[in-house]
Design a protein around this ligand. Structure first.
Ligand code: GUN
Ligand code: FE
Length: 449
């Protein structure tokens, strides 16, 4: 490729690990990824010749960022379902289940008057502040005002369907001004869930979805009590998914969170509409909602990503969600068979490419491919020196001579191959292993030294 003809802003050099399919992670050792001014990946060179690196190093205006020994670049992890406003409540759920949790912990915590720093997701101003905050921080985000004109306390309910729609449109217009091309921040239509939305509101939002082309996110079949409630509120619908479908809310631009108890009919409908699923294993365990059958959904060809569902989920970490996805799948395998188990590779696929596809960003982020954008983590682990060097992998031998990421929860003893190193990261890692984060080519975070 004639790389001289384009402006290479940054060249990342080292080991890159990403998903090439659901079951396979590819490890690109001693490679280089060149990124342009706009954050787009122009070149993936593996392995990279030393002479090429020397040539690039001489080019004015080009920065080289190298991963050290024991470090690797990984695509940015994607959270497809989080309630920003619930973050202050993380970890507080007691022994509640969904419906009493909402009334006891969730609705009261979002009172805008309680603390001005809490984003009240039903509130236009606070939703717009959240969008601005994400944009300023350089985050990629779909930000939705939570629509609810039914079944919530008076202090936390939209006055009526018309007001709810009007406020939703205000938020959409705000995002369109904030980020006209939707490069980082976009608005997303957000009916909270069927029990808190009137038929009229859901239909209005379905129409707005068709007209605006925006994504839509909601909850589905999270909890048995919720499903019974939906059946009693919408007797004309044969199941939960049909409630959304009748309103025009099920399309390939719809993100359905949880989907723990979908019936065969509902799975067929979701598949037919091309809607996507956000699997929220931490929340599903915390609120005793159940264990979603992810393998079944994947086998049907339904696109699945991961959601932290803070604060139904106690952690904002997508790595934790990926880890718990593998744990949940092991419980599912006890009744559904071995094939239900998700591997390390599969969990990390869901956290990256799966999540990207859920949000319609599969051509933009989720892997290191030419044409995609540089959304990446630099991951580092801790080296524990060992006399007995027995591994043949050069990179890992090198890792023995240096501390990859300072003190982290992932200890490497030097004998691990890349597969083992990634497994250790998934099961024991946390933000101490995240040395740097980039979004669209911009560094948005660096671990303090
Ligand atoms: N269903 C309706 N609202 C919520 C919420 O805030 N969190 C979760 N987990 N499920 C919901
Ligand atoms: Fe949720």
């Amino acid at each position: 490729m004639a790389i001289q003809s384009v402006v290479l802003k940054t060249i990342y050099v080292g080991t890159f690990i990403h998903s090439v399919s659901l079951a396979e992670l590819q490890v690109l050792k001693r490679s280089a990824v060149a990124v342009d001014e706009s954050g787009k990946i122009l070149l993936v060179e593996h392995p990279v010749e030393a002479s090429m690196l020397e040539m690039w190093a001489k080019e004015a205006g080009t920065t080289i960022v190298e991963a050290g020994p024991g470090q690797f670049f990984f695509p940015g992890l994607i959270d497809t379902h989080i309630h920003a406003s619930q973050y202050p409540n993380s970890g507080i759920f007691g022994k509640s289940t969904l419906l009493d949790w909402l009334n006891t912990y969730t609705f009261p915590s979002k009172l805008p008057s309680r603390n001005p720093a809490y984003y009240a997701t039903r509130d236009v101003t606070s939703t717009n502040i959240l969008a601005t905050t994400c944009h300023t921080a350089g985050q990629r985000a779909f930000v939705g005002r939570c629509c609810m004109d039914c079944m919530a306390p008076d202090y936390y309910r939209d006055t009526d369907a018309a007001t709810s729609l009007a406020d939703t449109i205000k938020c959409a217009e705000f995002c369109a001004k904030l980020d006209p091309k939707g490069e980082l921040v976009q608005s997303i239509i957000t009916p909270r869930f069927a029990p808190s939305c009137s038929r009229e509101l859901m239909r209005d939002l379905g129409d707005f979805m068709a007209q605006s082309g925006l994504l839509c996110q909601t909850h589905i079949s999270e909890n048995k009590g919720e499903i019974e409630l939906v059946a009693s509120l919408f007797p004309e619908c044969k199941n939960y998914a049909t409630v959304y479908d009748r309103a025009g809310l099920l399309s390939e631009k719809t993100v359905l969170a949880h989907a723990v108890h979908l019936t065969d009919d509902e799975i067929a409908l979701v598949k037919m509409r091309g809607s996507k699923i956000s699997h929220c294993p931490v929340s599903n365990a915390a609120l005793t909602s159940g264990a979603a059958k992810v393998r079944r959904l994947l086998d049907e060809g339904i696109v699945v990503g991961l959601g932290t569902d803070v604060s139904g989920g106690y952690s904002p970490s997508v790595l934790e969600a990926a880890r718990q996805a593998t744990m949940t799948s092991r419980f599912v395998s006890l009744t559904e068979g071995e094939e239900a188990k998700l591997s390390v590779e599969e969990a990390l696929y869901l956290a990256t490419r799966g999540g990207a596809e859920v949000l319609g960003l599969q051509k933009t982020v989720g892997a290191f491919e030419v044409g995609m954008e540089w959304d990446a983590l630099l991951v580092g682990c801790t080296f524990v020196p060992d006399e007995e060097e027995c591994d043949e992998d050069e990179d890992l031998l090198q890792a023995k001579q240096a501390v990859g990421g300072g003190m982290t929860p992932v200890d490497l003893f030097g004998w691990e191959n890349w597969e083992e190193m990634v497994a250790k990261w998934l099961y024991s890692g946390d933000d101490r292993n995240v040395l740097k984060v980039w979004v669209k080519g911009r560094k948005v975070h660096e671990k303090p030294a």
